[in-house]
Design a protein around this ligand. Structure first.
Ligand code: KG4
Ligand code: ZN
Length: 350
């Protein structure tokens, strides 16, 4: 049975984990750089790369010790090779290559989006195919997942990613960074009907998303406000969350309808940091029931970036003999479905 070390450094989380082929997490460490970036209201790529560099060695050492393993006990090293911030990706890749060079272990270059996409197979033992809604800070897309490396894009954002919209709204309201959990907390008890916000691309025949107009609408509401008190913030966050949930549910319903009668229409998976949002989870649960589809959302701790998902993607790829040479390069852009035509905005990145 294979045991794989996974390394994640594509954004602002330094994640390391060891996972085995029986879907067991033997050890994991996660260091979030929130404090480093807070001051700037967003992730600063150079600071992120430096922070990964300062911590990664020790995190790996600690995780190996926690699992009670030495390198001879591993079968491969998996590392996120893209998409993501180039500096951070390079820190992870160089570290993984060094371990492989010194130990002779095979290297598995993992697509970060694929790591999110396959997490449900680790947590729930899910079989292919399924429909995936991937909602994170850098991405918002719907994919038909038929196997490892077998993706067909059903839709993607044409401008901002959904997590990015949460982060910008939090910034506009002075809530802090990262914004998603803060907007969710602020929305508690708020009135989701107080502000009439747009639902971009609602009821369109395709499955694409757009969030920049919604973001601008939130800005207009703030600019027009007489007073930005706690009740205003709660109501605006609740109204924004409801608009996002409506858009995600509408586009996902369209994706399931388009695939009606296929096995993929009967299984929905939601992944990525925004999948931690309770309101969105509940909304998608209703949608899945209405469409007679099963719904799998990994536990919140595995929705955001982490090393476990990379180690698991490594297990999956290794089982298929999909290892990589030590000349593999970081890929800031790396779409899951390379055949899909590029869209605008964050859609270009993925
Ligand atoms: O998957 P992830 O950890 O990193 C990327 O690959 O981008 O996603 C991070 C994003 C951030 O934009 C963050 O604000 C958002 O996920 N997020 C949330 C919640 N928790 C994290 N958005 C809404 N509600 C949440 N509870
Ligand atoms: Zn991610």
């Amino acid at each position: 049975m294979a045991i794989v070390l996974g390394i994640e450094t594509s954004c602002d989380e330094t994640g390391v984990a060891i996972v085995d082929g029986e879907r067991r997490v033997l050890a994991q460490s996660l260091f979030s750089q929130e404090d480093e970036h807070k001051l700037y209201g967003g992730v600063v790529p150079e600071i992120a790369a430096r922070a990964h560099l300062l911590r990664l060695d020790r995190l790996i050492e600690r995780t190996m010790a926690e699992a009670g393993l030495d390198y001879a006990g591993l079968d491969a090293v998996a590392v996120t090779a893209g998409p993501g911030l180039i500096g951070g990706l390079m820190v992870g890749i160089v570290t993984a290559k060094a371990i492989c060079l010194a130990t002779g272990l095979p290297l598995v270059a993992v697509n970060h989006l694929e790591a999110h996409a396959l997490t449900a197979r680790l947590t729930h033992g899910l079989a292919f195919p399924y429909t995936l809604l991937l909602v994170s800070g850098g991405h918002c897309q719907l994919q038909l997942v038929e196997g490892v490396g077998r993706y067909t894009r059903l839709g993607s954002t044409i401008d901002d990613a959904v997590g990015e919209a949460f982060d910008k709204v939090a910034k506009m309201l002075g809530l802090g960074h990262p914004g998603g959990p803060l907007v969710e907390a602020a929305a508690q008890g708020g009135d989701p009907h107080r502000f009439r916000l747009p639902r971009p691309l609602y009821a369109q025949p395709h499955c694409n998303f757009s969030f920049s107009g919604l973001k601008t609408a939130v800005r207009q509401v703030i600019l027009a406000a007489d007073a930005v008190d706690d009740a205003f913030v709660a109501d605006l966050c609740a109204s924004f969350e409801a608009a996002v949930a409506d858009c995600l549910a509408d586009r996902t319903a369209r994706a399931l309808q388009r695939q009606a009668g296929t096995a993929a229409a009967r299984q929905l998976v939601v992944a990525g940091g925004v999948a931690a949002n309770r309101h969105i989870r509940a909304r998608l649960q209703e949608l899945a029931v209405a469409h007679g589809a099963g719904l799998v959302i990994p536990p919140p701790a595995l929705c955001g970036d982490n090393g476990v998902m990379v180690a698991w993607a490594g297990i999956e790829r290794l089982a298929l003999g999909l290892t990589d040479g030590l000349d593999v390069a970081a890929r800031p852009r790396w779409p899951l479905d390379p055949e899909a035509e590029p869209l605008g905005g964050a859609g270009v990145k993925a």
